[in-house]
Design a protein around this ligand. Structure first.
Ligand SMILES: NC(=O)c1ccc[n+]([C@@H]2O[C@H](COP(=O)([O-])OP(=O)(O)OC[C@H]3O[C@@H](n4cnc5c(N)ncnc54)[C@H](OP(=O)(O)O)[C@@H]3O)[C@@H](O)[C@H]2O)c1
Length: 286
């Protein structure tokens, strides 16, 4: 498996397994299957509620061979909560350290300096190796970079239907690689005619073309595949490459289709609105 160099100089396998919506014993089995196939990078989060199951799957594997990412939820970003969230994650994952710990979503009510300084504390305590952010736009990244030059990655939604060219340019300039989540647009890419046509030329599927496009743009990708067939297929992308013309063709698909758009990013002042009101509003806002 190829590596990508993170913003702090450490390495991360360029392809990982996403685990959102995997739960219970099937989560453990799915992660075990991936490890048997050769996956060495697993992406989880406190919010996914599957730390224990992921930890279970890692048992018996040399920990130093695995790159494990987890994320702290946006309400846990003050120093005390972040340290506690990390300790909880370590205990649930049954591991001594997390390779990459991310701020799952920004929360403008908690100063980024406080969260990043707590992250640095976790590095000094050997509880995490690297830290980074997720779902950060350019402005928030600038604020984060003003405090720390060691932001390992920015994990964001990125696929042929959401080609975030400006963000990619900004991150490249600042040597922060992007990690693409929902890299297959949750399976939507499979019926795309442009990707299909390119794939047919290479004997590959649209999903494989999508992943290859991301990697050739310098991103890491964490597709979720619950079946062995999908997991295998998603790994089998290192024996072909897309020409400049093919890259341009995928760049031009442009549908601006954002799939992950939670309520707190859409409701102004979400954090200061009482929870009851949000629940009520949630009935009307999609
Ligand atoms: N940081 C964040 O805020 C954030 C947000 C969303 C996601 N993530 C992370 O990113 C990971 C991936 O994103 P995602 O789960 O939203 O979407 P995704 O990886 O784009 O798509 C997953 C879907 O595609 C299917 N699939 C997988 N491989 C395929 C293939 N080769 N051909 C056809 N279909 C295929 C899967 O089916 P099967 O499961 O049936 O195989 C599943 O339905 C998550 O699991 C999570 O770890 C992070």
């Amino acid at each position: 498996m190829k590596d990508i160099t993170l913003g702090d100089g450490r390495k991360m396998p360029v392809l990982g397994l996403g685990t959102w919506q995997l739960s219970g014993s099937s989560c453990t089995e799915t992660v075990k299957t991936a490890l048997e196939l050769g996956y060495r990078h697993i992406d989880t989060a406190e919010r996914y509620g599957n730390h224990r199951e992921v930890g279970e799957a890692l048992k018996g594997i040399d920990r130093s061979e695995i790159f494990l990412t987890s994320k702290a939820w946006r309400t846990e970003l003050d120093r005390r909560s972040l340290l506690a969230a990390c300790n909880k994650a370590l205990s649930e994952l049954q591991t001594d350290y997390i390779d990459l710990y991310l701020i799952h979503w920004p929360n403008d009510r908690i100063p980024i300096e406080e969260s990043l300084s707590a992250m640095e504390e976790l590095v000094r305590e050997n509880k995490i190796r690297s830290f980074g952010v997720s779902n950060f736009d350019e402005k928030r990244l600038e604020d984060a970079l003003a405090f720390s030059k060691n932001i390992a990655t920015n994990q964001v939604e990125f696929h042929p239907y959401l080609y975030q060219k400006e963000l990619l340019g900004f991150c490249s300039k600042n040597s922060i690689p992007l990690t693409a989540y929902s890299p297959l647009a949750r399976g939507l890419v499979n019926s795309d005619p442009v990707l299909r046509e390119i794939g047919e030329r290479h004997g590959k599927t649209p999903a494989q073309v999508s992943l290859r496009w991301l990697i050739q743009h310098g991103l890491a990708a964490i597709p979720k595949g619950s079946s062995e067939r999908h997991q295998k297929e998603n790994m089998d992308i290192f024996d072909f490459s897309l020409s400049k013309k093919e890259m341009d063709a995928v760049d031009s698909i442009k549908k601006e289709k954002r799939l992950v758009n939670p309520a707190f990013t859409r409701i102004p002042f979400f954090d200061s609105v009482p929870k009851k009101a949000i629940k009520f509003a949630g009935k009307f806002i999609r």
